[in-house]
Design a protein around this ligand. Sequence first.
Ligand code: ITT
Length: 188
Amino acid sequence: MTLIFVTTNRHKFEEAREIAARRGITLEHRDTPYIEIQADELEDVIRPGVQQACALLKAPCFAEDAGLFVRALQGFPGPYSNFVFRTLGNEGILKLMAGESDQRAEFRSAVGYCEPGQKPEAFTGKVEGNIMREVKGTQGFGFDPIFSPKEGDGRTFAEMSTSEKNRLSHRARALETFFRWYKQKEKV
Ligand code: ITT
């Protein structure tokens, strides 16, 4: 069984490939760019996004939107995570957090799936954790070096292998829900 994952982010694809393989699903990578609208909820961003990608590809596909929501910053950068990572980066978030005692944050993920002529479906996942005081680790991508999941052993996502991150991550959780739904729908 093969599914198309539309993303410009190679790291996301590698993470998803491992999760899909465990369920007997092969992923095909497409980096077709689609427009992401501005909205507070990731599901509201990914639904029109994946619908557009599906129309461009003329094939069933899924896409994902993720973000880091920091409690002391009222959920910032949230749906603007891509832009904030490119502009302020990890050091920028650490500066904003200097002097904040509440270090809680969560990563959220929304996976969107669409078939030509159909309404898009969305599946979500999240992981709670803390923003570190300094960057730690070199694996993963984006905000991984400043985020330590609550259910972990204190390491950041950037100090974990892909399979370790996949045991806890927001993306893994959203994808697991999507793949379960998909296999049931396809009766496989
Ligand atoms: P797409 O083409 O799939 O949209 P993207 O990199 O633009 O790729 P998103 O908009 O979903 O992905 O993600 C926004 C940013 O949030 C992303 O660039 C990272 O900086 C950060 N981010 C998302 N998921 C992350 C994760 O698992 N670990 C660390 N940072 C993450």
